[in-house]
Design a protein around this ligand. Sequence first.
Ligand SMILES: C[S@@+](CC[C@H](N)C(=O)[O-])C[C@H]1O[C@@H](n2cnc3c(N)ncnc32)[C@H](O)[C@@H]1O
Ligand code: SF4
Length: 451
Amino acid sequence: MTHDPQLARLGLFDARVPRYTSYPTAPHFGSDIGPSDFARWIETIPQDSAVSLYIHVPFCRRLCWFCACRTQGTTSDEPVIAYVETLKAEIALLRTHLPRGVRLSRLHWGGGTPTLLSPDLMRGLADTIFDVVPLAEDGEFSVEIDPNEIDDARLDALAASGMNRASIGVQDFDPVIQKAIGREQSYQLTRDVAERIRARGVASLNADILYGLPFQTGPRISDSVQKLLTLSPDRVALYGYAHVPWMSRRQQMIPSDEMPTPEERLSLFETARQLFLWDGYVEVGIDHFAKPEDGMAKALKAGTLRRNFQGYTDDTAPTLIGLGASSISRFPQGFAQNASATAAHTKAIRAGQFSTHRGHVFTGEDTLRARIIEALMCDFFVSRDELLRDYDVTPAAVEALFQRAAREFGDMVQVSDEGFRIPDRARPLTRMIARAFDAYDSEKAKHSSAV
Ligand SMILES: C[S@@+](CC[C@H](N)C(=O)[O-])C[C@H]1O[C@@H](n2cnc3c(N)ncnc32)[C@H](O)[C@@H]1O
Ligand code: SF4
């Protein structure tokens, strides 16, 4: 990739462009989707099919300044215990609507910090889930782990419950950067947690790191990536730090004038990228790297890589059910989002109702545009034949969509008989090019991107 002034002109450095983990993006959901739609969509899941489940735990012991995730700090256990009770009631409610024989393709616990649950709470939650929807034979159970908030008893509970993929938050190993982003975590601690995870036979280890942090330089990110490589993660998410202090108040603690310039950001990404590639990792989409034998790298090769609310995935289940406050579900019919505030979510569930308060019903055009955007984010290529085969669209309409984007991005995109391609040198523009296919895009969307 080159540092091309044309990239800047075309909007490379606009941090507000969506990451397109869904289409339409969440700010475009409406309030016309409620609990009865959610319940009805669950009832239409085919018997004996596979679905995926996301469980959101919106609590943390520490509140890192850089973090833009939806979470709240708590020092006491009471709200966590009460929340797990609510989750169990939500799962019991799910049981009353779920068709027979449904299995889990993927179970993911995210947050927040799911590892702040006590071992008993972890075991109880996992048992309740698997009692209603067992994990399929080749299913994956993954958990986001804050290395500062885990111990042997909790790792034992997770491993005994079947966790086979662990995702650890690293961000950066440099002490100056860690201090500036309000997240202190030594290399020794992270390495120790990685070893203890592996010692329990957990098959796969993921790690999250960030580029574009305050005080980050080429030598510093090289050092952090090299340290991370000593842990030999199977998969790495190299996210661009989203500095959105107007949305995430904690980020106001971070010195904005120490942020790298947009050009430096690109160079930081490139430095980290080269190190992963030299170490034999496969580049996956805009911000992931995976060992060639990892499922994500294999999915990329097979053309089955997908994008969902957690980012890239090799999961092909058509339905993802999100439980817990603010979680979003995806059905073939549309999206449904739970109440964002823990109190509102709890109140609905305790009253025997799902807390769905927003969502979106797909139109035919939505599914076409969603596939184009997903294909660009995953493969940097959209096939004309695939669109004409799988969607109710004419060749002229596909051409018009491609040409509209081509007018905006000129030689940064290639339109051919095969389809629409983003060449290597334009990959840093992928989210911007995807936005050219977003019919809902507006000033509002540009100003509400979040992690
Ligand atoms: C929901 S957090 C959970 C991680 C876990 N609680 C921990 O601290 O290790 C998941 C990931 O989101 C990413 N993230 C959070 N805030 C971000 C931001 N402002 N920009 C980019 N990525 C961010 C971080 O890489 C983080 O590891
Ligand atoms: S990075 Fe993890 S521990 Fe820190 S605030 Fe975000 S979710 Fe909580």
